[in-house]
Design a protein around this ligand. Structure first.
Ligand code: NI
Ligand code: MN
Length: 226
């Protein structure tokens, strides 16, 4: 499994020659737009955690170019289906076996409306079990006890957690979240994109290190191999 960070909560995940794009937000992200070409990103599937613009802005453009299937909650899937895009609707607690692996849509504590005010259902995260490696993409969320349910069914190799504070968990709660999901390897996301979520990288890494955990902060465009 190869994971590439494209800024904010946008990730490219390659499993079994399939390209899964999560929360595409490139053209509106000053940190990413000169580093990532939105029109050459590959996607067989686009996973959307919730409807906020910093997660969905480029989804329609990429889906229409690539023919990718949008996977999200029922309301978000319906929104894109009306635009003629192929979708796979899910809801909390449900799993589906895709050709790249098993995806479960899990609880997140946040909100979810489209920029035009359309209802975006309830926000979520994804647990992906693929190619002997399992990951948790928390999406935008507060620290929540629901995270403790995840290791009851899935042994995680990586937790992808928001750490920017203000709109989501901050660093201290993300350390606790990594305990709840029983995963010591964390990829931090949802930081530095706007003034409200700027963080001190060294302090963030030190807090995870002090908890005997590893926090990775990737440069935009940088990849890791699991
Ligand atoms: Ni959000
Ligand atoms: Mn967000």
């Amino acid at each position: 499994m190869k994971i590439t960070f494209y800024g904010q909560n946008c990730l490219g995940i390659k499993i079994k020659e399939k390209h899964i794009l999560v929360d595409p937000f490139i053209t509106g992200n000053d940190l990413a737009k000169d580093k990532v070409d939105v029109d050459s990103l590959k996607a067989d599937y686009i996973l959307l955690t919730h409807a906020h613009q910093d997660h969905t802005l480029d989804a329609e453009r990429i889906a229409k170019r690539t023919g990718a299937v949008i996977v999200s909650n029922f309301e978000i899937a319906s929104y894109y289906e009306e635009k003629g895009i192929e979708v796979h609707p899910m809801n909390h607690g449900g799993s589906w076996n895709f050709d790249f692996g098993k995806v479960k849509y899990v609880i997140a504590h946040h909100t979810s409306s489209f920029p035009d005010g359309s209802y975006g259902g309830q926000p979520g995260g994804f647990v992906i079990e693929g190619e002997h490696k399992n990951i948790y993409i928390a999406g935008d969320t507060a620290l929540t006890l629901d995270m403790k349910l995840i290791p009851l069914s899935t042994k995680l190799d990586l937790a992808i957690l928001p750490i920017g504070d203000n709109f989501t968990m901050g660093i201290d709660d993300a350390v606790i979240a990594s305990n709840f999901v029983e995963c010591d390897k964390v990829l931090g996301v949802h930081y530095d994109t706007f003034g409200f979520i700027e963080i001190d990288h060294e302090e963030a890494k030190r807090k995870f290190y002090d908890a005997n955990k590893d926090l990775m902060l990737l440069a935009i465009g940088e990849s890791i191999e699991l």
